[in-house]
Design a protein around this ligand. Sequence first.
Ligand SMILES: *[C@@H]1O[C@H](CO)[C@@H](O)[C@H](O)[C@H]1NC(C)=O
Ligand SMILES: *[C@@H]1O[C@H](CO)[C@@H](O)[C@H](O)[C@H]1NC(C)=O
Ligand SMILES: *[C@@H]1O[C@H](CO)[C@@H](O)[C@H](O)[C@H]1NC(C)=O
Ligand SMILES: *[C@@H]1O[C@H](CO)[C@@H](O)[C@H](O)[C@H]1NC(C)=O
Ligand SMILES: *[C@@H]1O[C@H](CO)[C@@H](O)[C@H](O)[C@H]1NC(C)=O
Ligand SMILES: *[C@@H]1O[C@H](CO)[C@@H](O)[C@H](O)[C@H]1NC(C)=O
Length: 485
Amino acid sequence: MKLSIVSLIACSTVVFAAPYGNGVKNVIMMVSDGFGPASETIARAYMQQNEKLPANYMSVIDKLFVGTSRTRSADSFITDSAPGAQCFSSGVKTYNNAIGVDVNIKPIGTNMEAAHRKGMKTGLVAKSHITDATPAAFAGHAANRAMQDLIAEQMGGLVPALGQNVDLMFGGGRCVFQSNSTKESCRKDTKDIWGTLKNNSWNTISTKEEFETLDSKSQLPIIGLFSKSDMPYAIDYDINNVPSLPQMAKKAIDILSEATKDSDQGFYMMIEGSRIDHAGHANDLGTHLREIFEYWETIKLVSEYIDAHPDTVMVSTSDHECGGLTLGRDNKYFVNTLTYKNQTASFETSCSKLLELKVSQRGQYVTETMIPVHLGTNVTEARASAIIKATNFSECVAGMRDALAVDANIFWTSLGHTGVDVNVYAKGKYTDELRGNLENTDIGNWLTKVLQVDVDAVTKSIQDLNVFQYNFTRSKSTLEYDHYK
Ligand SMILES: *[C@@H]1O[C@H](CO)[C@@H](O)[C@H](O)[C@H]1NC(C)=O
Ligand SMILES: *[C@@H]1O[C@H](CO)[C@@H](O)[C@H](O)[C@H]1NC(C)=O
Ligand SMILES: *[C@@H]1O[C@H](CO)[C@@H](O)[C@H](O)[C@H]1NC(C)=O
Ligand SMILES: *[C@@H]1O[C@H](CO)[C@@H](O)[C@H](O)[C@H]1NC(C)=O
Ligand SMILES: *[C@@H]1O[C@H](CO)[C@@H](O)[C@H](O)[C@H]1NC(C)=O
Ligand SMILES: *[C@@H]1O[C@H](CO)[C@@H](O)[C@H](O)[C@H]1NC(C)=O
């Protein structure tokens, strides 16, 4: 008896004396932007129908289910991605469009900044432009997410009061790093952020070939931006030579893992399936499904990494649902997911091409390419005419949506976000604490806890940071939030 008590004490002493006291060295936050519960249901059903899987089939993500999260922001029942991600990065609710600031527009520290200050290596991987709301909320501070020029400078470590907080970035969005004197630029000034990062010894890459030359020993910091703005949808990879989300995530984990292997401090990264959301906004289910499958693949490789490295934890959730997807319509009791099986292009790609054509050329393109090849369905008069007469992108997208949704018996109720609770998935130590119905801020607080970082100290040190790039007036008061507090 005595012996076992002694060894128990000795054992716990060893645990608490370890460099990472709680047994967690690496932390991976995964965000499935705009991925609601109906989307998981139809993705699973598609797999079952397509591969004739049994009724009790569990997707890789189903197996990691721990609970649900509420999604409201400080000033709205329906959040956008900026305050949604901030709940994960700081545990503090804020107003819609805010990046790394509280409801009084005062900068607040993030757990990624705190992790970097503690000596951890940090990374952001996304399919949107890297300065978009979700990744920005981990390492940026701006009164409004539209202040892209400012956010790029902050994320690149070029704002002295903030310092450099990110070691690796993979995603899209080169244009905001380039001077407005260049053709590709979307900046409002002449600053050459890309060139400055290069001069500051960042490894700057922008093609798949360069991406493939990276290996686990590649030197940090690294920035790899593979498109001007958002990266292409998975369904369009064939016509775009870019790395996929799982490829970027795998490479990022390998590099961050190698860079920290001899260190007491591990890595903290955020991986975002950004365009699940964009396909929801476009009501494009075939594209949405392929973004989800790519996200599943990414979850699978993270999960396997955790099997091999039990000192790593992962949590995955969405900031909000998008599109108000509903499975079943018109009092009919079926859903045919395979309606989307033969879709070969996103509505975005297909409609962009249509609108570039002269009106006289559109009929042929719709009946010979858009419907039979891109949508992979039969051409009927009604379907064709709705798309041919589209005068703008939204009308084209609606025509494509409607061409398939009746056959599939599904419906989209919005072109924007909705306020439904979203699913939470997790793996690793302390994830039992995430069981049940959570507030979105609980996830950020949990991350801060497992990271063992001091976010308040960061907040204190950046309280005078300028978060205004240009004059800004907030559109909504915080009264609604005060009422619900
Ligand atoms: C580029 O930015 C500068 C400010 O830095 C501005 O004066 C100039 O008009 C801009 N040029 C273009 C082409 O937008
Ligand atoms: C990078 O360094 C080179 C050589 O010193 C210099 O000519 C160039 O202006 C620098 N670029 C930027 C964007 O600072
Ligand atoms: C998809 O294509 C296959 C092979 O051409 C065909 O058998 C199937 O009916 C098509 N599915 C739909 C929903 O059109
Ligand atoms: C397409 O047309 C064929 C032949 O008319 C029909 O059998 C099939 O069900 C149709 N497919 C769809 C998705 O409407
Ligand atoms: C598209 O065109 C329709 C019809 O002219 C119009 O009502 C709608 O506002 C337009 N949408 C956009 C986003 O321009
Ligand atoms: C911001 O707005 C104030 C008041 O309207 C004005 O005086 C100031 O010049 C503006 N600043 C900028 C940078 O536009």
